[in-house]
Every structure is written in C-alpha cells, then in structure tokens.
Design a protein around this ligand. Sequence first.
Ligand code: COA
Length: 181
Amino acid sequence: MVSALPDRILVTPVRAEDAAELAEMLNAIIVRGGSTAYEEPFTADQLAAAMLTGPNVLRCVVARDEQSGSLLGFQTLCRSDALPDGVVDIATFTRPGLTRRGVGSALFAMIRRFATNRGLRAINATIRADNISGLAFYSKLGFVDHHIQHGVPLKTGQLVDRVCKRFTPLSTTALGNLSDS
Ligand SMILES: CC(C)(COP(=O)(O)OP(=O)(O)OC[C@H]1O[C@@H](n2cnc3c(N)ncnc32)[C@H](O)[C@@H]1OP(=O)(O)O)[C@@H](O)C(=O)NCCC(=O)NCCS
C-alpha cells in the first residue's frame, strides 16, 4: 500500500497494461464497501471493457507516482444510454490509504480540459447518498446537485439513495476554474 504523499503526481491517459493494477485497486475499494456502488470484484478485462478502454469510454486518465511508478487512481468518462446527448458519466477511484492528497483533483484537471475541449454539455456523477467523501469531492470540484434516485437496492436488499450531481464544463464558473489550474 502507498502510504506517503507522492512527490509528484503524473496524470496521463490510461494504457491497456494498467488494467490489472487498477482492477486490484478498485477491488480493494469494493471490499471495503460503503463508497462505490459496485459490489462485485472486476477482472482486469472486465474493468478495461467497462471503464478504461472499452467502446463506451470517452476518456480515462490515471494518476501515477512519478518516483515509484505505482498507480494512485483513475478517472473515467463514459457514454450512457440513460443520459441525454452531450452528457456523460464520470467515475473516480483513488488508492485506499492515499485519499485527500489531491489525486482526485489532479485527475479532474485533465478530464475537465478534455470535456471543455470536446464541448460536452455536462458531466454526471452518480454517488451513493451515504458516500460522504464522494459527495464532498464532487462538490469541491464544482458539481451541483441535479436529482436523486431514491431507494436503489444493494445486493443485501438494503435501499440506498443515489445523488446525481452535474458539472457544466462550459459554464462561466467552470471556465474560471479552468484558468486557475
Ligand atoms: C472520493 C475520492 C475519489 C476522492 O479522491 P481524493 O484523491 O481523496 O480527492 P482530493 O484529495 O483531490 O480531494 C479534493 C477535495 O474533495 C473533498 N474531499 C475529498 N475527500 C473528502 C472527505 N473524506 N471528507 C470531506 N471532504 C473530502 C475536499 O474538499 C478535498 O479538498 P481538501 O482536502 O483540500 O479539503 C476518493 O476518496 C475515493 O476513491 N473514494 C472511493 C471511491 C469513491 O467514492 N468514488 C466516488 C464515486 S465514483
């Protein structure tokens, strides 16, 4: 496990060979529970198809510790039939034990530029209502509440609301933030 703050975080597009390490990282988050809506572990191939390099992936970037080369997190933009044209889903995962060190924000700096350059209308984040970190993270990035999906069942049958937040890349505020980064 990475426990120290990396000296330098490099953010780059994902590579096919990152899939196994990212699956291991995401599966550790899934086993912990309480944050991601995913409840079953991913194989490297499943993760690649769903979030890294598959046909619905618009852009996926990874953060890497420049010194050790280890992967610190990833963020992905994916198309969804459930969303209107020009609106895409986002998901972000950072290595357990290395949260709140700026990795998620570093990933979003690159994703935000991509979304702005592509002229995307909005980015949708769907977050479990009990995921305090996830809600605070996306709010800090400038996502605003859009709607709530009430009572979505987990595999135990427990019902958990989902909060859908949206970020508008071309809004005046977003462009202001962009020039700050
Ligand atoms: C949510 C997550 C992606 C945040 O990544 P991160 O690298 O820790 O985020 P950052 O360090 O860039 O934090 C940016 C800001 O988000 C907010 N934030 C992040 N985690 C927070 C927490 N636990 N409590 C309160 N605010 C938090 C803060 O405002 C923070 O800025 P600050 O530390 O300067 O105050 C990470 O915790 C994670 O992978 N969680 C598990 C998976 C998940 O919940 N993903 C989101 C749903 S897809």
